[in-house]
Ligand binder design. Structure first.
Ligand SMILES: [Zn+2]
Length: 64
């Protein structure tokens, strides 16, 4: 199953729908769980809580 989550891309500032695979949370050892999201020709990161809700949206330079 895929969960729909809405986020505003911090790079291009456009709103986007993210398809978060539900199983991804099962792999997390602790929360928030950070995943990398590809958006067009760039990417950003989101933090997910244990229900796969977005708690933070991060620019790449905030993570790397
Ligand atoms: Zn973007």
């Amino acid at each position: 199953m895929v969960l729909k989550r809405f986020a505003k891309c911090p790079v291009c500032t456009k709103k986007t729908v993210l398809n978060v695979p539900e199983g991804i949370i099962g792999k997390a050892k602790r929360f928030p769980f950070t995943i990398k999201v590809r958006h067009n020709d760039h990417y950003f990161y989101i933090n997910l809580d244990s229900q796969a809700w977005i708690t933070d949206i991060l620019k790449p330079e905030m993570v790397e």
